[in-house]
Design a protein around this ligand. Structure first.
Ligand code: PLP
Length: 371
């Protein structure tokens, strides 16, 4: 059966490995296996001795224990390790939804959250973030209008891709209260948690706050290790967990053994890895602030409150055409807003990469050359 194109990945596939200046990626700068092992003071021989058999479907006990320790109330049994973070969205939606299930999705949204929900249920309500001068806002009144006692699932993502939006604690509480009152499940994508500009803004994980929350996290963004493809879900409800793992037997059966081992090493230095990403983002955001101040006619700069990305207004007839031309003519990759369901006058910038300064300079030369 037809499913909508995964526009973000299709766009990246065109340019990601051939374009020198990556200015729109959402992941943070990665490192080599050697750097990771050295940073964690891990023993290489442990890795060399690792046997390459299947691992346990819910995830290796050591990794599940390391993941559980990131939360306040989560036990290792409640953790399901994934073949990739992306898989967690698939498994959750497969296990929770059937044709006709009502789903509310905060938009814009990472493609699969919206497209897959729509593909399975055919009954999705979009809940748009509101743009306001210099940022974004959650419209809780609109959520109250959309939700009913028949709503099966609400899907959110904080810190948010692509806007960099993060609600404050009171708004997050109000959101949980609305979802709880209607008895709906909540899929809370926390892939960028830990990347708050002000650490005091960090929200509690939904896993520690709501029994019907399914939370998604992983090592791709905050921890800069997307090549490990390590992600996890926290699922409190045993029946839902069993249903998810049954779906997992149809996708990956279990995670990759080397990735699980390296992920366990990485979670031993989780704060160090997150601090490295946060400081890179902070440096790059300083450059971005100055850049956008120099081009006020061209961009509507909406700085992120958290995460590694921002959705910036672009003064061009079509952001999509503009981004294709920019990649071809200047070798600079920005992501057009429509890939993530945003309007065609917006582009996503990413601030997590070490090459950001050089990429921004290349972009500025291009802007200057066009007058
Ligand atoms: C909000 C969000 N969730 C999930 C994912 C999937 O992560 P991964 O590509 O590591 O599977 C992404 C990737 O960009 C994302 O932005």
């Amino acid at each position: 059966m037809h499913i909508a194109p995964f526009a973000t990945e299709q766009y990246f596939n065109l340019y990601e490995f051939s374009t020198p200046h990556i200015l729109g990626a959402s992941d943070c700068e990665t490192m080599s296996v050697g750097e990771l092992l050295r940073l964690a003071q891990a023993n290489v021989d442990d890795l060399l001795d690792l046997r390459l058999g299947y691992t346990e479907s819910p995830g290796s006990p050591a990794l599940r224990a390391a993941v559980a320790s990131l939360y306040k109330t989560v036990t290792p049994d409640e953790v399901v390790v994934l073949g990739a973070p992306e898989e967690g969205i698939y498994l959750t939606l497969r296990a929770l939804l059937e044709p006709g299930s009502h789903v509310i999705v905060l938009t814009p949204a990472y493609d699969s959250m919206l497209n897959l929900a729509d593909h399975i249920s055919g009954h999705v309500s979009r809940w748009p973030l509101r743009v306001q001068p210099g940022g974004w806002a959650l419209d809780l009144d609109e959520l109250e209008r959309l939700i009913t006692t028949d709503t099966r699932l609400v899907i959110v993502n904080f810190p948010h891709n692509p806007t960099g939006y993060l609600p404050d604690a009171a708004e997050f509480d109000a959101l949980l209260d609305i979802v709880r009152r209607h008895g709906a499940w909540l899929l809370c994508d926390e892939m960028y948690r830990g990347l708050e500009r002000n650490p005091a803004d960090r929200l509690p994980s939904a896993a520690d706050r709501y029994e019907r929350a399914v939370t998604l996290s992983g090592l791709s963004k905050t921890y800069g290790l997307p090549g490990l493809r390590t992600g996890w879900l926290v699922v409190h409800d045993p029946a839902l967990r069993a249903a998810l793992i049954n779906w997992k037997h149809y996708t990956t059966i279990c995670a990759s053994a080397p990735s699980e081992a390296l992920a366990t090493v990485a979670l031993g230095i989780d704060e160090q890895l997150a601090t490295r990403s946060r400081s890179l983002i902070a440096d790059n955001l300083e450059l971005a602030d100055a850049f956008f101040a120099r081009w006020p006619e061209m961009f509507d700069w909406r700085p992120p409150r958290a995460g590694s990305v921002a959705l910036v207004g672009l003064n061009a007839p079509s952001a999509t055409d503009y981004c294709h031309a920019l990649a071809r003519e200047a070798g600079v990759l920005l992501l057009p807003g429509p890939c993530l369901g945003a309007d065609d006058h917006s582009v996503r910038f990413g601030f997590g990469r070490a090459g950001f300064a050089a990429a921004l300079a290349a972009y500025e030369r291009y802007l200057e050359s066009r007058g």
